[in-house]
Design a protein around this ligand. Sequence first.
Ligand SMILES: *[C@@H]1O[C@H](CO)[C@@H](O)[C@H](O)[C@H]1NC(C)=O
Ligand SMILES: *[C@@H]1O[C@H](CO)[C@@H](O)[C@H](O)[C@H]1NC(C)=O
Ligand SMILES: *[C@@H]1O[C@H](CO)[C@@H](O)[C@H](O)[C@H]1NC(C)=O
Ligand SMILES: *[C@@H]1O[C@H](CO)[C@@H](O)[C@H](O)[C@H]1NC(C)=O
Ligand SMILES: *[C@@H]1O[C@H](CO)[C@@H](O)[C@H](O)[C@H]1NC(C)=O
Ligand SMILES: *[C@@H]1O[C@H](CO)[C@@H](O)[C@H](O)[C@H]1NC(C)=O
Ligand SMILES: *[C@@H]1O[C@H](CO)[C@@H](O)[C@H](O)[C@H]1NC(C)=O
Length: 608
Amino acid sequence: MKLYLSLPLFASLASAIWPIPVQYEHGDGVLFISEHVSFNWGAGAGNVGFTDQHENTYIFRANSDEISHVQDQQGGYRKRASSDEYGNASEAPTGDDMVDYAVYSAHRTIFKRGFVPWKFHPRDWEEPDPDEATYITEVKLELLQEDPEDIAKPLAGAVEESYALTLTKDGQATISANSSVGIIRGLTTFTQLFFQHSKEGAYTTLAPVKIFDAPKFQHRGVNLDVSRNYFSVKDIKRTIDALAYNKMNRFHLHVTDSQSWPLEIPSLPELSEKGAYRPDLVYSADDFRDLQHFAAIHGVEMITEIDMPGHTSSIYLSHPDLIAAYNVQPNWNTYAAEPPSGTLKLNSSAVSDFLETLLDDLLPRIYPFSSYFHTGGDEVNKNAYTLDDTVQSNDTAVLQPLMQKFIDRNHDQVRAMGLTPIVWEEMLLEWNLTLGDDVIVQSWQSDEAVAQIVEKGHKALVGNYQYWYLDCGKGQWLNFDPSIAASNWPFNDYCAPYHNWRAMYSYDPLSGVPDDKQHLVLGGEAHMWAEQTDPVNVDRMIWPRAAAAAEVLWSGAKDENGQNRSQIEAAPRLSEMRERLVARGVGADAIQMSYCTMNGTQCALGLS
Ligand SMILES: *[C@@H]1O[C@H](CO)[C@@H](O)[C@H](O)[C@H]1NC(C)=O
Ligand SMILES: *[C@@H]1O[C@H](CO)[C@@H](O)[C@H](O)[C@H]1NC(C)=O
Ligand SMILES: *[C@@H]1O[C@H](CO)[C@@H](O)[C@H](O)[C@H]1NC(C)=O
Ligand SMILES: *[C@@H]1O[C@H](CO)[C@@H](O)[C@H](O)[C@H]1NC(C)=O
Ligand SMILES: *[C@@H]1O[C@H](CO)[C@@H](O)[C@H](O)[C@H]1NC(C)=O
Ligand SMILES: *[C@@H]1O[C@H](CO)[C@@H](O)[C@H](O)[C@H]1NC(C)=O
Ligand SMILES: *[C@@H]1O[C@H](CO)[C@@H](O)[C@H](O)[C@H]1NC(C)=O
């Protein structure tokens, strides 16, 4: 067996696995995998006591349209057409539900969503011969410890995601992990060992394989803004499936903003009736539950954000009395970062009552599926409060105590529901608010901001906009009057240029953070703000660039020698991940011509 990283870079085309595991050794032996492969799910050797609850054998029928029939030990085939049918959709999935789904999904990935890897071999490449093959017929899944109770909605670090994977030369596969989520991650890796054969079946060329893997960061996510443009539940699920396939474990839904309020709040139905772009472009309470459950079954925790007090103008459409400085024109930019301007009033008991009702409705529906609630707090424009009849001032000394009360009220209510608040960095660094020790602060403006957050003792999420904003570099979405057009040419946006995958990959979440504070950096998110993204281009806007962030968050920005990770090593693996995403129905962007991936280092620069 050869150590992967000691191989010459080019000898190992199609070496699979994104993000790169902590320890990864493999050979070059061929194994096919039988479509009848059974997955045996149970407690690991020596672990008695919780075995009975976890014994299932999943046997897949060969008949292709019955792939989703799984047999448990009781013998019956359970017909499953979609992820919604795993577990009770009203409740958080159990670890067993998650593994159930992961087995179904792994089988489907290997046999229905595979790809023929011609792009990763020279022109004269020949596929392995299935007639002379050894077949993998069984995969052992071993749970080494009992799952914690809140397996589906952990606080950062509360569920261990490590796994060990071995595949012997003669086709014995074993995945062991300390939690069901670890089993899911291991199954995800397992699928990435296989390629589709152009005639039939699936095979690996990497046997034997020995992997131990564990994430560097506990919080690894994508943030999707579904207010600026509407995305269907299907679009969102496709995004969650893709991020889970990159071993990310958080999906941040920026669900409301000034431009639209697409979230149904049953006790305040007028919010979405009037605030959504159209009455049918709404996430019903059922949709919302469905999304949270879908994420959880993938080992992904959905974190919902209601951004406030700024970014709330869409509330005006149903509750005009609650919003100050609504849609000032034409100089909206004095009062907001984007049109329409508007903010929740800052010294209004009507606003407090409204928020009480809103969160009383929403938080109990989040509680089964998440330990977090994001109360926003970015880009609050002080001038808007000069037009707020309850304040009539933009003086920081006047506003700051009111903002403190505003956030204290919200966070008290979030905590009373048993949830942990998350805020944007401005609440701490610009408004200088006193936040509870439990509050996680999400940074976006700079590495210095991250350093300041952890210096103040708070846990931080990174996502520096100069690296991890996926929207940047498309140019302006504003239109310029002819009188100022020439001086704004060529209409770049504020965060240009476009951050290509290499730029995203070069970002180190720990940059500038002293050693003794690094434990406070929980991880980070890649952000998909949607002013210029809608369902038509969302896949290629997020993928595969967010995969670069996923590898930084799972594997760390530095390699095992403490050096910056190499683009030359990463590129073929990322190109392969892109093919795998496309094969699972995600329209990920192309990042290299086949010529580059067919022959290792032809497209490298600077090799010595
Ligand atoms: C699903 O969960 C809900 C809420 O906990 C419960 O009321 C319902 O009975 C459960 N359904 C099944 C089939 O177990
Ligand atoms: C499981 O936990 C043990 C004990 O903490 C640890 O040594 C091991 O690395 C963990 N992960 C796996 C996959 O066994
Ligand atoms: C906030 O509202 C209260 C009650 O309406 C009022 O007495 C107080 O002066 C207001 N505070 C500011 C800063 O305007
Ligand atoms: C407050 O408003 C005044 C007058 O419009 C303006 O000069 C000042 O810059 C504003 N202060 C802040 C903090 O925005
Ligand atoms: C921030 O608050 C702290 C303590 O409340 C205070 O010492 C400090 O001067 C404040 N800084 C600013 C810029 O308001
Ligand atoms: C490693 O990457 C960082 C950016 O994250 C950069 O500042 C640094 O110069 C790089 N180190 C080397 C040795 O190239
Ligand atoms: C890549 O191309 C070079 C010739 O340019 C050839 O010597 C080498 O064997 C090729 N490598 C692979 C992996 O095909």
